[in-house]
Design a protein around this ligand. Structure first.
Ligand SMILES: *Cc1c(COP(=O)(O)O)cnc(C)c1O
Ligand SMILES: [Zn+2]
Length: 502
């Protein structure tokens, strides 16, 4: 729809202008720092940062209902910069002019209700939000669209030039970073560090295909992370891990979309998120908080963070009910099929602690919960979800296992509706499905394949081995008819079909 056809009271807000005044705020010492240079930790105390808007109160002068209408009307615009996460420009990155925004098709991912059969099995109503339907097939694109739009903005303003972007990754961060950085080539070059043999073949192919320098490092993700931290503190590189607060800002769009997907009604809603480096759960909570404070949503949905028992430092931290006694201890991870979340020392832990506390306070009751699931449950629920019409990755399976666990613990009631984050596309993690189906999952995962869930292809060969069509040698007409007849009979027999009456 053309801008002049929109209602009069919406028109002035329809196409956002750069405004607001953003600054980094240190979660450790509270110091403020300018966003005009690339910064990842506080130069004074080394703690992680969050981005705040000095003029946030200005946004609260517009009523919640008007904001809802602005976002609903913006859906009808055909302006690329406003088609993705920047539909919520004022809450995502208000200083970024539309010309600096990078849009590669991210965001506004489908919300798909689970089938009646599956909901029955799980015992309550739930939806998957398919973030695997982003351009690089994971939610990381939301944060990268924000981080790279910020870099483009800094380049356009002349604050930086010839950027070398780096990240450590459990696979999906590097796929997204390499994709978005390559769009800004040759202004931006990227390098990614991956733990050797700890990412799937698909995930390794993604940054290679986007033309990034790919370095494989012995060890696990936490080891790679230390190396990029060292690099970013000693060399002029742009860090694209979720330590970068712009990533968090972009990932807040996930919550804004859920609010809009459910027509701004968050009553009896629960949002389920897998936790790795804990950037995403921080962003999800922060997004809902911002919309709640602006009156755009009526209440804060319940948050359920899920971790595998093989990588559960956040869960362990919250096991202590007395918050004054909680002590964070990194854990050594064990092999996990939720490999993208296999992190023992999450960089965003201070964010989780601070934001969860505010979230509970603003909710007026405990509203953030953490559950731990087994590797067996992750795999079994992922396969069950996908055998019922979903495209969940192993981390999406972790969410469903977490929902089932939370229901069993009575952390969620049958009257609530859950929205599960399918954080990546199933095909990125098909290696684990393969190992399960072939009964080859290494023992260290502690998974025993359930024979009822195993699905393998069957080769059907004709009785006469000479009657096989090939590209090199086509069969004669009667031989081919015989081949077709023979094979169809065999398939019909395997499927217990009886012929229809002629
Ligand atoms: C990165 C990632 C996670 C974990 O998110 P964090 O922000 O690191 O907690 C979960 N699932 C997938 C598919 C991911 O790529
Ligand atoms: Zn500080």
């Amino acid at each position: 729809m053309k801008p002049d056809l929109f209602p009069e009271h919406i028109r002035p807000h329809l196409i956002p202008r750069p405004e607001g005044e953003l600054f980094y705020k240190c979660l450790g010492c509270g110091a403020r720092h300018s966003v005009e240079k690339l910064l990842y930790v506080c130069p004074e105390c080394g703690a992680v940062l969050m981005i705040h808007n000095q003029n946030q109160a200005e946004l609260h002068k517009i009523s919640g209902t008007t904001w809802q209408q602005i976002f609903d009307y913006r859906r009808m615009l055909k302006i690329p910069a406003l088609k993705g996460i920047y539909r919520y420009h004022e809450f995502i990155g208000p200083i970024i002019p539309l010309e600096s925004i990078i849009y590669l098709g991210e965001g506004h991912t489908p919300v798909v209700e689970a089938s009646a059969f599956l909901q029955d099995k799980v015992g309550l109503r739930f939806f998957y939000k398919n973030d695997g339907q982003n351009p690089s097939a994971s939610f990381k694109d939301r944060g990268m669209a924000s981080a790279l739009s910020c870099i483009k903005y800094l380049i356009d303003q002349g604050f930086v030039s010839d950027v070398i972007a780096v990240c450590a990754s459990t696979g999906d961060t590097s796929a997204a970073a390499a994709l978005y950085a390559s769009y800004l080539g040759p202004l931006v070059k990227s390098a990614v560090l991956l733990p050797n043999k700890k990412v799937t073949v698909q995930q390794l192919s993604q940054p290679l295909g986007s033309g990034a320098r790919v370095f494989e490092i012995p060890g696990v993700f936490d080891d790679c992370m230390k190396i990029v931290e060292q690099l970013s503190s000693q060399y002029p590189v742009a860090l694209l891990n979720s330590k970068n607060a712009w990533r968090i800002l972009g990932q807040e769009s996930y919550s804004y979309e859920i609010a809009q997907d459910f027509d701004w009604d968050m009553t009896h809603k629960a949002v389920v998120v897998p936790i790795g480096n804990a950037g995403n759960i921080s962003a999800v909570m922060n997004g809902f908080l911002k919309f709640f404070k602006a009156g755009i949503i009526n209440q804060l949905p319940k948050i359920l963070g899920v971790q595998s028992e093989h990588a559960d430092p956040v869960y362990q931290y919250y096991l202590e009910p007395d918050k004054t006694k909680r002590i964070f201890t990194p854990v050594d991870t064990r092999p996990s099929v939720a490999q993208a979340a296999m992190i023992g020392n999450p960089v965003s832990m201070p964010r989780v602690v601070a934001i969860a506390e505010e979230y509970n306070r603003e909710s007026g009751h405990d509203n953030v919960f953490f559950v731990q699931v087994t590797e067996q449950a992750i795999m079994d629920w992922q396969l069950t979800a996908n055998q019922n019409g979903h495209i969940a990755c192993t981390q999406g399976g972790e969410c469903l296992a977490g929902l089932v666990k939370a229901r069993a613990m009575d952390l969620i009631s049958v009257n609530e509706t859950a929205v599960l984050d399918a954080t990546a596309h199933a095909i990125k993690f098909s290696e684990f499905q393969d190992l399960y189906f072939k009964n080859q999952i290494p023992r260290s995962y502690h998974i025993v394949p359930d024979p009822d869930r195993i699905n393998l292809p069957e080769l059907i060969s004709p009785d006469n081995p000479d009657l096989v069509p090939s590209q090199e040698k086509r069969l004669g007409k009667s031989e081919f008819t015989q081949f077709v007849q023979n094979i169809s009979t065999k398939i019909a027999k395997k499927m217990a079909l009886s012929p229809v009456d002629p």
